[in-house]
Ligand binder design. Sequence first.
Ligand code: IMP
Ligand code: MG
Length: 173
Amino acid sequence: MVIGKTLLTEEQIRARIKELADRINADYKGKEILAVGILKGAFMFYSDLVRQIRVPLIVDFIVSSSYEDTTTTGKVNIHIDTRIPVTGRDVIIIEDIIDTGISLSYIKEKLLDKSPNSLKICVLLDKKERRLVEVDVEYAGFEIPDEFIVGYGTDYNDNFRNLPYVATLKHSG
Ligand code: IMP
Ligand code: MG
């Protein structure tokens, strides 16, 4: 598989992240955010987003996986869980992409079991037409079509995560 056409440029991503951060800054004024990034996919979006957030913020991560090649296994694994206690905190889950919704609905339920004060979801990319499980997404960067994409944290078998933009994949040769 090789990189296909660019779907979102660095400039588009940067501008949209600023808009999301402005909304988060307004919504969480006077509060402290526990920003839970979902690794590995969210690492680039997470670090660019939190740099634009101006309210007090605590950093934590969940390492999870559900994908093999370009299809979801439907089974979500949590390899490493949060370290900071979630109880009573204002949590934002930060994820690269929501597709079927299976991963985020599972992770959301797991975090809700720990009684946060509030819990919202922020994703850069939303493949809305692919949703199988209903999940509220309070902050979504871009709605994208049902195409497999890579870059800006997202991967194909762990490749292409370092691309600074979002692109489609195509078969080589
Ligand atoms: P969901 O559980 O189907 O919503 O899938 C969410 C996860 O699938 C994301 O965290 C990504 O890791 C992965 N994913 C979904 N669509 C794509 C894609 O187009 N490219 C790369 N990864 C994807
Ligand atoms: Mg992911």
